[in-house]
Design a protein around this ligand. Structure first.
Ligand SMILES: [Zn+2]
Length: 320
Protein backbone atom coordinates (compact mmCIF):
# COMPACT_ATOMS: atom_id res chain seq x y z
CA UNK A 1 0.00 0.00 0.00
CA UNK A 2 1.04 3.59 -0.56
CA UNK A 3 0.34 6.67 1.50
CA UNK A 4 -0.73 9.98 -0.03
CA UNK A 5 0.86 13.06 1.49
CA UNK A 6 -0.45 15.54 -1.09
CA UNK A 7 -3.91 16.03 -2.56
CA UNK A 8 -4.51 13.32 -5.16
CA UNK A 9 -6.59 15.78 -7.25
CA UNK A 10 -4.88 19.20 -7.15
CA UNK A 11 -1.48 18.26 -5.67
CA UNK A 12 -1.98 20.72 -2.79
CA UNK A 13 -0.78 20.21 0.78
CA UNK A 14 -3.53 21.97 2.77
CA UNK A 15 -5.06 18.73 4.02
CA UNK A 16 -7.05 18.13 7.20
CA UNK A 17 -7.44 14.60 8.50
CA UNK A 18 -9.70 12.45 10.64
CA UNK A 19 -8.75 8.95 11.85
CA UNK A 20 -10.59 5.92 10.51
CA UNK A 21 -9.80 2.33 9.52
CA UNK A 22 -10.09 -0.19 6.70
CA UNK A 23 -13.43 -2.05 6.44
CA UNK A 24 -13.13 -5.72 7.57
CA UNK A 25 -14.04 -7.10 4.14
CA UNK A 26 -11.22 -5.26 2.39
CA UNK A 27 -8.80 -5.97 5.21
CA UNK A 28 -9.18 -9.73 4.74
CA UNK A 29 -9.90 -9.86 0.98
CA UNK A 30 -7.11 -7.54 -0.15
CA UNK A 31 -4.60 -7.45 2.71
CA UNK A 32 -5.19 -10.95 4.09
CA UNK A 33 -5.06 -9.89 7.72
CA UNK A 34 -7.39 -9.97 10.71
CA UNK A 35 -5.52 -7.10 12.35
CA UNK A 36 -7.07 -3.63 12.15
CA UNK A 37 -5.51 -1.30 9.59
CA UNK A 38 -5.71 2.37 10.52
CA UNK A 39 -5.79 5.15 7.97
CA UNK A 40 -6.84 8.78 7.69
CA UNK A 41 -9.74 10.41 5.91
CA UNK A 42 -8.38 13.60 4.37
CA UNK A 43 -10.07 16.71 3.04
CA UNK A 44 -8.32 19.12 0.68
CA UNK A 45 -8.98 22.70 1.71
CA UNK A 46 -8.17 23.88 -1.83
CA UNK A 47 -10.18 21.66 -4.22
CA UNK A 48 -12.63 20.14 -1.62
CA UNK A 49 -11.99 16.51 -2.55
CA UNK A 50 -12.11 13.95 0.29
CA UNK A 51 -9.98 10.82 0.16
CA UNK A 52 -8.18 8.23 2.25
CA UNK A 53 -4.43 8.61 2.68
CA UNK A 54 -4.02 4.85 2.23
CA UNK A 55 -3.87 4.15 -1.52
CA UNK A 56 -3.79 0.52 -2.74
CA UNK A 57 -0.86 -0.39 -5.00
CA UNK A 58 -1.20 -2.20 -8.33
CA UNK A 59 -1.13 -5.72 -6.82
CA UNK A 60 -3.79 -4.81 -4.25
CA UNK A 61 -6.03 -3.31 -6.93
CA UNK A 62 -5.59 -6.49 -8.98
CA UNK A 63 -6.66 -8.66 -6.01
CA UNK A 64 -9.75 -6.55 -5.46
CA UNK A 65 -10.95 -6.13 -9.04
CA UNK A 66 -9.80 -9.17 -11.04
CA UNK A 67 -12.86 -11.26 -10.08
CA UNK A 68 -15.01 -8.28 -9.18
CA UNK A 69 -18.50 -9.26 -7.97
CA UNK A 70 -17.77 -12.87 -8.94
CA UNK A 71 -18.76 -15.85 -6.80
CA UNK A 72 -15.74 -15.72 -4.51
CA UNK A 73 -15.98 -11.95 -4.09
CA UNK A 74 -19.68 -12.05 -3.20
CA UNK A 75 -19.25 -14.94 -0.74
CA UNK A 76 -16.37 -13.25 1.08
CA UNK A 77 -18.08 -9.87 1.17
CA UNK A 78 -21.37 -11.35 2.42
CA UNK A 79 -19.46 -13.04 5.25
CA UNK A 80 -18.58 -9.57 6.57
CA UNK A 81 -21.59 -7.67 5.26
CA UNK A 82 -24.66 -9.98 5.32
CA UNK A 83 -26.81 -7.38 3.56
CA UNK A 84 -24.54 -7.44 0.53
CA UNK A 85 -26.18 -10.43 -1.21
CA UNK A 86 -29.46 -8.53 -1.39
CA UNK A 87 -27.77 -5.31 -2.53
CA UNK A 88 -25.72 -7.17 -5.14
CA UNK A 89 -28.84 -8.54 -6.82
CA UNK A 90 -29.86 -4.98 -7.71
CA UNK A 91 -26.39 -3.91 -8.87
CA UNK A 92 -25.82 -4.35 -12.58
CA UNK A 93 -29.46 -5.38 -13.10
CA UNK A 94 -31.12 -4.78 -16.47
CA UNK A 95 -33.04 -1.95 -14.86
CA UNK A 96 -29.89 -0.23 -13.59
CA UNK A 97 -28.29 -0.54 -17.02
CA UNK A 98 -31.37 0.90 -18.72
CA UNK A 99 -31.71 3.81 -16.31
CA UNK A 100 -28.03 4.79 -16.40
CA UNK A 101 -27.75 4.41 -20.17
CA UNK A 102 -30.89 6.48 -20.76
CA UNK A 103 -29.61 9.20 -18.43
CA UNK A 104 -26.40 9.46 -20.48
CA UNK A 105 -28.33 9.30 -23.75
CA UNK A 106 -30.36 12.35 -22.79
CA UNK A 107 -27.48 14.53 -21.67
CA UNK A 108 -25.24 13.42 -24.55
CA UNK A 109 -27.85 14.66 -27.02
CA UNK A 110 -27.40 18.23 -25.74
CA UNK A 111 -23.60 18.21 -25.77
CA UNK A 112 -22.40 16.25 -28.82
CA UNK A 113 -23.50 18.79 -31.45
CA UNK A 114 -22.46 17.55 -34.90
CA UNK A 115 -19.61 15.36 -33.63
CA UNK A 116 -19.76 11.98 -35.45
CA UNK A 117 -18.49 9.92 -32.44
CA UNK A 118 -17.55 7.03 -34.72
CA UNK A 119 -15.00 5.47 -32.33
CA UNK A 120 -16.13 4.94 -28.76
CA UNK A 121 -14.27 3.61 -25.72
CA UNK A 122 -15.89 2.74 -22.40
CA UNK A 123 -12.92 2.72 -20.03
CA UNK A 124 -13.71 0.32 -17.19
CA UNK A 125 -17.07 -0.29 -18.86
CA UNK A 126 -17.76 -3.93 -17.91
CA UNK A 127 -19.23 -5.66 -21.02
CA UNK A 128 -20.01 -2.40 -22.82
CA UNK A 129 -23.67 -2.41 -21.81
CA UNK A 130 -23.65 1.23 -20.68
CA UNK A 131 -22.73 2.61 -24.11
CA UNK A 132 -25.80 4.56 -25.37
CA UNK A 133 -28.00 2.92 -27.98
CA UNK A 134 -27.54 5.92 -30.29
CA UNK A 135 -23.88 4.86 -30.67
CA UNK A 136 -24.59 1.27 -31.74
CA UNK A 137 -23.40 2.02 -35.28
CA UNK A 138 -20.05 3.28 -33.94
CA UNK A 139 -16.96 1.12 -33.46
CA UNK A 140 -17.32 0.30 -29.77
CA UNK A 141 -14.40 -0.68 -27.56
CA UNK A 142 -14.25 -1.56 -23.90
CA UNK A 143 -11.28 -1.69 -21.55
CA UNK A 144 -12.11 -3.80 -18.49
CA UNK A 145 -9.85 -5.48 -15.92
CA UNK A 146 -12.44 -7.83 -14.38
CA UNK A 147 -12.22 -10.24 -17.35
CA UNK A 148 -15.95 -10.19 -18.19
CA UNK A 149 -16.83 -11.11 -21.82
CA UNK A 150 -17.96 -8.14 -23.97
CA UNK A 151 -21.40 -7.88 -25.54
CA UNK A 152 -21.81 -8.78 -29.19
CA UNK A 153 -20.49 -5.95 -31.35
CA UNK A 154 -18.24 -4.59 -28.58
CA UNK A 155 -14.47 -5.15 -28.86
CA UNK A 156 -12.55 -5.80 -25.63
CA UNK A 157 -9.03 -4.41 -25.69
CA UNK A 158 -6.14 -5.17 -23.33
CA UNK A 159 -4.41 -1.86 -24.03
CA UNK A 160 -6.59 1.26 -24.43
CA UNK A 161 -3.88 2.96 -26.51
CA UNK A 162 -4.02 0.18 -29.12
CA UNK A 163 -7.20 1.52 -30.77
CA UNK A 164 -6.77 5.24 -29.98
CA UNK A 165 -7.70 7.94 -30.75
CA UNK A 166 -11.37 7.85 -29.74
CA UNK A 167 -14.11 10.35 -30.55
CA UNK A 168 -15.99 9.53 -27.36
CA UNK A 169 -14.59 8.13 -24.12
CA UNK A 170 -16.75 7.11 -21.17
CA UNK A 171 -15.31 6.85 -17.67
CA UNK A 172 -18.23 6.01 -15.39
CA UNK A 173 -18.03 5.06 -11.72
CA UNK A 174 -14.32 4.41 -11.93
CA UNK A 175 -12.46 7.50 -10.68
CA UNK A 176 -13.69 6.97 -7.12
CA UNK A 177 -12.12 3.47 -7.09
CA UNK A 178 -8.64 4.13 -8.49
CA UNK A 179 -5.55 4.98 -6.46
CA UNK A 180 -4.37 7.76 -8.78
CA UNK A 181 -7.30 9.55 -10.43
CA UNK A 182 -5.08 12.31 -11.82
CA UNK A 183 -2.89 9.85 -13.74
CA UNK A 184 -5.98 8.14 -15.15
CA UNK A 185 -7.59 11.43 -16.20
CA UNK A 186 -4.39 12.51 -17.95
CA UNK A 187 -4.28 9.17 -19.78
CA UNK A 188 -7.86 9.65 -21.01
CA UNK A 189 -6.94 13.12 -22.32
CA UNK A 190 -4.17 11.52 -24.37
CA UNK A 191 -6.46 8.79 -25.75
CA UNK A 192 -9.07 11.25 -27.06
CA UNK A 193 -9.10 12.62 -30.59
CA UNK A 194 -8.45 16.41 -30.81
CA UNK A 195 -12.18 17.06 -31.39
CA UNK A 196 -13.19 14.24 -29.05
CA UNK A 197 -15.52 14.19 -26.09
CA UNK A 198 -14.89 12.61 -22.71
CA UNK A 199 -17.67 11.78 -20.28
CA UNK A 200 -17.09 11.36 -16.55
CA UNK A 201 -19.67 10.06 -14.12
CA UNK A 202 -18.95 9.63 -10.40
CA UNK A 203 -21.21 9.13 -7.39
CA UNK A 204 -22.10 12.39 -5.68
CA UNK A 205 -21.25 11.75 -2.03
CA UNK A 206 -19.85 15.14 -1.02
CA UNK A 207 -18.33 14.32 2.35
CA UNK A 208 -16.67 17.73 2.23
CA UNK A 209 -20.00 19.27 3.25
CA UNK A 210 -20.60 16.71 5.99
CA UNK A 211 -17.21 17.47 7.46
CA UNK A 212 -17.88 21.23 7.36
CA UNK A 213 -21.21 20.76 9.15
CA UNK A 214 -19.54 18.55 11.71
CA UNK A 215 -16.97 21.24 12.36
CA UNK A 216 -19.74 23.79 12.93
CA UNK A 217 -21.85 21.46 15.09
CA UNK A 218 -18.90 19.65 16.69
CA UNK A 219 -20.70 16.32 16.43
CA UNK A 220 -22.80 14.07 14.26
CA UNK A 221 -20.56 12.72 11.54
CA UNK A 222 -17.52 10.48 11.47
CA UNK A 223 -15.84 9.35 8.27
CA UNK A 224 -16.83 5.94 6.91
CA UNK A 225 -14.23 3.14 7.06
CA UNK A 226 -12.18 2.74 3.91
CA UNK A 227 -14.04 0.60 1.39
CA UNK A 228 -14.04 0.46 -2.42
CA UNK A 229 -14.70 4.17 -2.90
CA UNK A 230 -11.44 5.78 -1.86
CA UNK A 231 -12.11 9.26 -3.26
CA UNK A 232 -15.24 11.42 -2.90
CA UNK A 233 -15.77 14.23 -5.37
CA UNK A 234 -17.66 17.45 -5.21
CA UNK A 235 -18.41 19.13 -8.50
CA UNK A 236 -15.60 21.57 -7.71
CA UNK A 237 -13.13 18.73 -7.11
CA UNK A 238 -13.99 16.91 -10.34
CA UNK A 239 -13.70 20.12 -12.32
CA UNK A 240 -10.27 20.74 -10.78
CA UNK A 241 -9.12 17.23 -11.70
CA UNK A 242 -10.23 17.56 -15.31
CA UNK A 243 -8.78 21.01 -15.95
CA UNK A 244 -5.48 20.09 -14.28
CA UNK A 245 -5.25 17.13 -16.67
CA UNK A 246 -5.34 19.59 -19.58
CA UNK A 247 -9.02 19.36 -20.53
CA UNK A 248 -11.83 21.89 -20.63
CA UNK A 249 -15.20 21.27 -19.02
CA UNK A 250 -18.10 21.54 -21.50
CA UNK A 251 -21.05 20.68 -19.25
CA UNK A 252 -21.73 19.55 -15.71
CA UNK A 253 -24.87 18.41 -13.97
CA UNK A 254 -26.04 16.47 -10.94
CA UNK A 255 -28.67 13.76 -11.32
CA UNK A 256 -30.64 11.56 -8.99
CA UNK A 257 -30.96 8.19 -10.68
CA UNK A 258 -33.99 6.34 -9.40
CA UNK A 259 -33.20 2.65 -8.90
CA UNK A 260 -36.29 1.49 -7.05
CA UNK A 261 -35.51 3.32 -3.85
CA UNK A 262 -31.70 3.17 -3.94
CA UNK A 263 -30.33 6.63 -3.51
CA UNK A 264 -27.90 6.95 -6.43
CA UNK A 265 -26.80 10.52 -7.05
CA UNK A 266 -24.20 11.24 -9.68
CA UNK A 267 -22.10 14.05 -11.08
CA UNK A 268 -22.08 14.02 -14.89
CA UNK A 269 -19.33 15.98 -16.59
CA UNK A 270 -18.37 16.32 -20.25
CA UNK A 271 -14.86 17.43 -21.15
CA UNK A 272 -12.84 18.11 -24.27
CA UNK A 273 -9.09 17.76 -24.65
CA UNK A 274 -7.13 21.03 -24.40
CA UNK A 275 -8.31 24.62 -24.02
CA UNK A 276 -9.35 26.74 -21.11
CA UNK A 277 -12.28 25.93 -18.86
CA UNK A 278 -15.21 28.02 -20.14
CA UNK A 279 -17.24 27.31 -17.03
CA UNK A 280 -14.97 29.01 -14.51
CA UNK A 281 -14.54 32.68 -15.46
CA UNK A 282 -16.91 35.00 -13.66
CA UNK A 283 -18.08 32.36 -11.21
CA UNK A 284 -16.32 32.40 -7.88
CA UNK A 285 -15.48 29.24 -6.06
CA UNK A 286 -17.63 30.37 -3.16
CA UNK A 287 -20.73 30.79 -5.36
CA UNK A 288 -20.15 27.42 -7.06
CA UNK A 289 -19.73 25.64 -3.74
CA UNK A 290 -22.70 27.42 -2.14
CA UNK A 291 -24.93 26.28 -5.01
CA UNK A 292 -23.64 22.73 -4.68
CA UNK A 293 -24.12 22.76 -0.94
CA UNK A 294 -27.71 24.00 -1.30
CA UNK A 295 -28.50 21.17 -3.68
CA UNK A 296 -26.86 18.59 -1.43
CA UNK A 297 -28.61 19.89 1.68
CA UNK A 298 -32.01 19.79 -0.02
CA UNK A 299 -31.47 16.23 -1.26
CA UNK A 300 -30.21 15.03 2.11
CA UNK A 301 -33.24 16.51 3.87
CA UNK A 302 -35.62 14.92 1.37
CA UNK A 303 -33.89 11.55 1.72
CA UNK A 304 -34.13 11.74 5.49
CA UNK A 305 -37.85 12.54 5.42
CA UNK A 306 -38.52 9.70 2.94
CA UNK A 307 -36.61 7.17 5.03
CA UNK A 308 -38.41 8.21 8.21
CA UNK A 309 -41.75 7.76 6.47
CA UNK A 310 -40.79 4.37 5.03
CA UNK A 311 -39.05 2.63 7.90
CA UNK A 312 -38.13 3.09 11.54
CA UNK A 313 -34.60 1.88 10.76
CA UNK A 314 -33.23 5.30 9.76
CA UNK A 315 -31.83 6.62 6.52
CA UNK A 316 -30.49 4.14 3.99
CA UNK A 317 -26.77 4.06 3.33
CA UNK A 318 -24.91 4.51 0.07
CA UNK A 319 -23.53 1.62 -1.95
CA UNK A 320 -19.82 1.26 -2.47
ZN1 LIG B 1 -6.92 19.32 -3.66
Amino acid sequence: MKQATRCIVCGGTRLTGMPTWVAPFLRTYVWHTSTDIDCRFLTCEDCTVCFYDLRPDADEMERLYSGYRGENYVAERARHEPEYRRVNQGLGSDREVDVRRENLEQILRNVRGTRPLSRVLDYGGDAGQFIPRSLEESRRFVYEVSGVAPLEGVIAIADPASAAPYDFIMCCHLLEHVAEPFALTRELARLAAPEGLIYFEVPWEPHFFRRVLRRIGRKGWTPPPLHEHITFFTRQALRTLITRAGMSVLACSIHRIDLDGTDLRVISMFAAPGGADPGSPGKSRFVALAAEFGRWFFMEARKHVHSLLRSPGGPEGSIQ
